[in-house]
Design a protein. Structure first.
Length: 288
């Protein structure tokens, strides 16, 4: 995942933001307890916090909160954290498998010792998680192989590439709950496509400078009128957001509705506008 799925912080209630952070921090603590690997805690991002919130609803598992401290600020104040539960454990395993394939893909694209080192850190945990979720592992292996073939062929078929990202998110959603349904399927597919296009457009200038693959740097997009390209990307992104909202509206949300709805109705739009306004120049990311 990429870290684009987040709340619109200026427009979220304090109590809802505290809940959102509780999921984020709870996942970090779950990783520490599950794998005893402090470096893996760096893999926590907004996207899996969103997945955990959604999965708790689909599993009808009410999250429990307790006050804890952060390892980075051990003598600081306590703050709410989601208690480790079966949903958190599952989401951490999913993120581990996905993270391993993402590192593998980055290593193939860019090379470099840092990706090899990161893969080594994650390998043991990945094997354990993949053994528990072989269907997810197989689905992601297939998706990343399909993506590699398109990239190696120099394909600028943005819709085909985005569809693979949609398939990745659908596989992740299917693994996150035993109650996967058509609404979650639609949301995951649209969200995956949104993620691919917003990430590719956001990275356009950076990837061109580094010589990394990016369909927006290939014909027919290369040299295109920036204003027209921006308008085309806008249409695609907001089309996917509309599909996401429609699917979400049909879901039964019992827990953490505040932060979830903020992400769906405000956060995706805010992030979209931020990236579009930067015109393909990498936006600054923050922790929360």
């Amino acid at each position: 995942m990429f870290g684009y799925i987040r709340v619109d912080k200026p427009n979220i209630l304090i109590k809802d933001f505290a809940t959102y952070k509780a999921y984020y921090c709870g996942l970090c603590k779950t990783i520490s307890k599950k794998y005893f690997n402090q470096l893996m805690r760096l893999g926590v991002n907004y996207d899996i916090a969103f997945l955990s919130m959604l999965a708790h609803n689909y599993e009808n598992a009410e999250p429990a909160f307790r006050e804890e401290r952060c390892i980075i600020h051990p003598i600081g104040p306590r703050f709410p954290v989601i208690v480790n539960d079966r949903v958190q454990e599952r989401v951490v395993d999913i993120n581990t498998i996905l993270g391993y394939y993402k590192i593998y893909d980055d290593r193939r694209d860019k090379g470099g010792i840092k990706y090899a080192a990161a893969g080594g850190v994650l390998k043991g945990a990945y094997r354990k998680a993949a053994k528990k979720y072989p269907e997810l592992d197989a689905a992601l292996a297939d998706c990343f192989e399909r993506q590699a073939r398109l990239e190696d062929a120099g394909s600028a078929d943005i819709d085909a590439l985005a569809e693979i990202s949609g398939d990745i998110m659908t596989a992740v959603g299917r693994a996150a709950t035993d109650n996967f349904d058509e609404d979650l399927n639609v949301l995951c597919m649209a969200l995956g496509r949104w993620l691919y296009i917003i990430d590719a457009y956001d990275d356009m200038a950076k990837d061109k400078k580094e010589g990394a693959f990016n369909p927006f740097n290939l014909s027919p997009y290369a040299g295109a009128d920036p204003v027209k390209l921006n308008a085309e990307v806008r249409e695609k992104l907001y089309g996917y957001i509309s599909e996401i909202r429609s699917a979400y509206d049909r879901m039964k949300i019992l827990y953490s509705e505040g932060p979830l709805s903020n992400v769906i109705y405000l956060g995706l739009r805010q992030r979209t506008e931020e990236v579009l306004q930067n015109g393909g120049k990498k936006c600054r990311k923050t922790l929360l």
